[in-house]
Design a protein around this ligand. Sequence first.
Ligand code: ATP
Length: 257
Amino acid sequence: MAKIEIKNVSVNYFLRKRGDLNKLTERGAVGAEILIGNRFLEVAALKDVSVAIRDGDRVGLVGINGSGKSTLLKLCAGALGHQSGRVIIEGKVSPQFKLGAGLQNKLSGRQNAELKCLYMGVPQGSLKRLVDDVKEISGLGGYFELPLHSYSAGMRSRLVMSLLRLVRGEILIMDEWINAVDPSLHATVGGLQAQLIERAKILLLASHSRRVLEEWVDRLIWLDNGRIRADGPIREVYAEYQAWLDVRGHSTEGSPD
Ligand SMILES: Nc1ncnc2c1ncn2[C@@H]1O[C@H](COP(=O)(O)OP(=O)(O)OP(=O)(O)O)[C@@H](O)[C@H]1O
């Protein structure tokens, strides 16, 4: 059984004071509250947040830029300290914040995929088969054996997307939905993501795209200025969020997923 329990958690980021402090309290259309302390600036990214996520839950996060979505995801992945409250995570977490992070330019596609396998804890017995799967999905052919610095941008993104094949874990945390730019990869990447989600016991996905959220989650948490404004069925919460955006003159159209 997997579960995540967050109780009365606050997360602040601390920054050195710099520049014109008077301008820091100006509210824009983004971000969390900036507090000016004696020695440091504090960004109150999450304020007294409580949330319980159970086995089988498919949860989306929405909110304007800087509202705290990634911070909450990192907290749920056990990758972030917190100043107060309690975090309980049960189950193997697979955080997919940046699928292409850590790729080495000097190494070939194959060597990079092998490294990723080690990082993901893939058993030795399945390593070769999985790396060969990555090669086939990528469609890179002989380029899979060449160093990454010889790849075009499109080839690199083919490798990055194919690495989805290696992802495993009971709690799947995604900070971005991977959209295949190349239409020939669209079906494969979509299929890999669907498989991952079906296998996961818990899905947590932040996205600005209503389409992506409606397809993959049934529960939605709306974050605003570090607080949970609503948590419930996706249609209801999204409608509430959209109405709030409309009043503020925000648009979600064209935002990255
Ligand atoms: N490493 C950091 N140091 C200082 N402040 C940070 C750091 N990471 C995030 N913040 C601040 O914390 C707040 C919440 O950021 P977070 O990345 O969680 O927002 P988000 O909802 O994921 O935003 P976006 O939709 O733009 O990705 C923001 O005000 C941001 O400026």
